[in-house]
Design a protein around this ligand. Structure first.
Ligand code: NAD
Length: 274
């Protein structure tokens, strides 16, 4: 884990940067292009978007305007819940590519598990086999959802992007993913802002001379989890990728793990109504 360009190798050999830039709640408006260009300028080479965020055109524009070759940027998007099913998913993928103004994706995920998971997964397999996307995966999948896919899939998902932070590290899901060579990826690594109130994180921030955000993100990396913090503030965007000049000790890693309360900040995938 040397610098912002460090990557994990997915189960199909594709390199995925450990650190990415989250874009949830970055609105579809002209000024938003600058937030993403800032992230690219300071060195991020991995962008996380989704059809439902409504900002794929902004991400695509920022990539073009950055002047960085497309193949140096890892772009993830996700198929939304109302586009599950084989044909609808294939169409949703094409629409995503158009909005991003690109001819391939690096990673395409099923955003949330729904009843048509298997059909949707078959569509992702087709896109992968046709060379339209370099890696495919899922998001918000629990062990039983993963088991359903693994039962008869041709291609094992490469990634599972889930809510993951010290309060909710999803140990069972993480262990299952490790066993099946599925890379775990954290959304909400800063607990969508709530991590800053945790006393232990404040204590460790003082001890290491790093910010709470940097402790939390470094913890993800040392846990072997890809992480995609989001900010629109230039100083914070820089702060969130300044993670490579310190290491959290084994003892402090354990202390952070002890913050696990099993309480989510987001939705439970088994009971979502959207
Ligand atoms: P996050 O944990 O990244 O927190 C973002 C919040 O933290 C923002 O309010 C930001 O202002 C604040 N913040 C960021 N850096 C900071 C810093 N250095 N100091 C102080 N405050 C700081 O939450 P998120 O955006 O929900 O998650 C990250 C990304 O994960 C998203 O942007 C999105 O791309 C993805 N995501 C995926 C799913 C999914 O269902 N797959 C769900 C939510 C988010």
């Amino acid at each position: 884990m040397l610098d912002i360009n460090s990557f994990t190798v997915l189960n199909n050999g594709v390199k995925m940067p450990w650190l990415g830039f989250g874009t949830y709640k970055i609105e579809y408006e002209e000024s938003s292009v600058d937030y993403i260009k800032t992230a690219l300028k300071v060195g991020y080479r991995h962008l996380d978007t989704a059809a439902v965020y409504g900002n794929e055109p902004i991400v695509g524009k920022a990539v073009k305007e950055s002047g960085i070759p497309r193949n140096e940027i890892f772009i993830t998007s996700k198929v939304w819940n109302n586009k599950h099913g084989y044909d609808k998913t294939l169409k949703a993928f094409e629409d995503t590519l158009k909005r991003l103004d690109t001819d391939y994706l690096d990673l395409y995920l099923i955003h949330w598990p729904k009843t048509l998971n298997k059909e949707t997964w078959k569509a992702l397999e087709k896109l992968y086999k046709d060379g339209r996307v370099r890696a495919i995966g899922v998001s918000n999948f629990k062990v039983h959802h993963l088991e359903e896919i693994l039962e008869d899939c041709e291609i094992v998902p490469m990634v599972n992007q889930v809510e993951y932070h010290p309060q909710f590290p999803q140990t069972e899901v993480h262990e299952f993913c490790k066993k099946n060579k599925i890379q775990l990826e954290s959304w909400g690594p800063l607990m969508q802002g709530k991590i800053f109130d945790i006393p232990l994180m404040k204590e460790l921030s003082l001890k290491y001379g790093k910010t709470i955000s940097q402790i939390a993100l470094r913890w993800d990396l040392q846990m072997g989890v890809v992480t995609i913090p989001k900010s629109i503030n230039e100083n914070r965007i820089k702060e969130n990728c300044d993670l490579y000049d310190f290491e959290i000790s084994k003892e402090d890693m354990k202390k952070i793990e002890s913050l696990n309360t099993g309480v989510r900040i987001g939705h439970d995938p088994d009971t979502i109504t959207f």
